[in-house]
Design a protein around this ligand. Structure first.
Ligand code: ADP
Ligand code: ZN
Length: 416
């Protein structure tokens, strides 16, 4: 069963979205940050495209309450981003927002088939960062049983999976990799884990494929961010892009340099606008995330627009001696060569103004002492990396549990 909004035709959808944008514009006219900056009414999306972008810096400048658009007494929760790229930014929500977020999460979770009879172990954080909360409220909204185990404490997670037999889990892709690499065959037999949802970080196609082939786990990619306090888009069972919930979000893709709107199909920066939000509506927010709108309709029957999985954020780019590299490209290569990796760390050091790329990779115990296998694997990985990123890094294979244990979001790059 699809939500009505997922099957509207383009004309109906556009009409609804324009109405919602106008409601938001009129609601924010007294918001300290927006006051005097925005039109009160727009007659078309062309006019909308003239509204200046809102950036993460604007959110920081508006700290703490500059973007508050309702009386403070209406707030029921304040969250903050995980601060991967600097000072955290706040996101506040009212009771209305929490109810709407719950409905939004229910829609995304229902893409995976999650329902009343299911158990879901949520290994995302339950803290300032909104990670686990969406899954928590949405799962309860669907009547499923949620185990809010939070990230980390891997042995305990494994015990819970064995004892309570969750069929679903939610985690970052990095933590899921770590978890799967630490489950023994014997433990595996006692589990019922079949479907994982991941979010918070790029999910590579290689890892998604490996999880299916090696563990028979179907991974659904969920995209969200603290600024919006909820998920924006998620995959349907065809795993062919992430459907945006267009009831709540209006999405545009722009050239990150010029700000010009790009046509569907072209890669650029994702710009998002809240269509229903009381405490902190964001208008034309620059996400720094690079993706594209997939031009055709999904064959699942939903008409909602899809974005390509986010492969990187603009801030993630590494420049190694003039070559632009994204950490997710390195991960793709690793999973092309290995069927089991628990963790990896990209290290960059500079000597005489030349940068050197080093990668530490945790590999299974049965390989670590086999010099022949190690050499073959190194050779294969170097070849793959060279064809992807044109650089030959220094590889260092280390035993499991050598690198700092992954908990939630992972800092994959370290400058040494
Ligand atoms: P920050 O990391 O900036 O502190 P958040 O913790 O809220 O903020 O993370 C939001 C960001 O995480 C997104 O802007 C995006 O870069 C990344 N992200 C979230 N979900 C995904 C996903 N499914 N694929 C790729 N990146 C994602
Ligand atoms: Zn679909």
């Amino acid at each position: 069963m699809y939500h009505k909004i997922e099957t509207l035709n383009e004309k109906e959808l556009k009409k609804y979205q324009l109405e919602q944008i106008n409601k938001i514009l009129s609601a924010v006219k007294h918001t300290p940050y927006y006051a005097g900056k925005l039109p009160e009414y727009i007659d078309s999306f062309d006019t909308f495209a003239k509204i200046p972008f809102l950036t993460k810096k604007d959110l920081r400048d508006a700290f703490p309450y500059g973007l508050l658009s309702c009386p403070k007494e209406k707030l029921v929760r304040i969250s903050a981003s995980s601060g991967m790229t600097g000072i955290p930014t706040l996101s506040y929500c009212s009771e209305y927002d929490l109810n709407e977020y719950t409905k939004n999460e229910m829609l995304h979770l229902s893409h995976t088939g999650l329902c009343k009879n299911d158990i879901i172990q949520c290994m995302m954080g339950f803290n300032l960062f909104t990670g686990g909360w969406g899954c928590y409220h949405g799962s309860i909204g669907l009547g499923a049983t949620v185990i809010p185990s939070g990230p980390g404490n891997t042995q305990r997670q494994i015990e819970l999976l064995k004892q309570l037999k969750a069929r679903y889990c939610f985690s970052t892709p990095g933590y899921l990799q770590h978890l799967l690499g630490n489950i023994s065959d014997k433990d595996w037999e006692q589990m019922n884990l079949k479907i994982a949802m991941t979010g918070g970080e790029p999910l590579t196609k290689e890892f998604q494929k490996l999880a299916k082939e090696k563990y028979d786990i179907e991974i659904y990619n969920f995209y969200g961010m603290t600024e919006f306090s909820t998920h924006i888009a998620s995959e349907c069972n065809l795993h062919n892009g992430l459907h945006i919930n267009e009831n709540y979000f209006y999405a545009e893709i722009v050239d990150p340099e010029t700000g010009d709107i790009l046509p569907d199909g072209e890669y650029g920066e994702l710009i998002l606008t809240n269509l229903k939000r009381e405490a902190m509506p964001l208008i034309r927010y620059k996400t720094r995330d690079i993706t594209r709108i997939i031009p055709d309709k999904c064959i699942c029957g939903r008409t909602s627009r899809r974005i390509e999985p986010i492969s990187h954020r603009l801030d993630d780019m590494l420049i190694i001696n003039g070559v632009n590299i994204y950490p997710s490209q390195i991960e793709e290569c690793i999973f092309k060569c290995f069927s089991s990796v628990t963790n990896y760390l990209i290290k960059i050091n500079t000597k005489n103004a030349i940068k050197k790329l080093n990668i530490d990779i945790e590999i299974p115990d049965d390989i670590i002492n086999n010099e022949n296998k190690i050499n073959k694997l190194k050779e294969k990985l170097i070849k793959t990396l060279k064809s992807y990123i044109t650089i030959t890094p220094a590889l260092n294979f280390v035993p499991k549990h050598t690198l700092p244990e992954i908990q939630g979001k992972t800092k994959r790059v370290k400058y040494i």
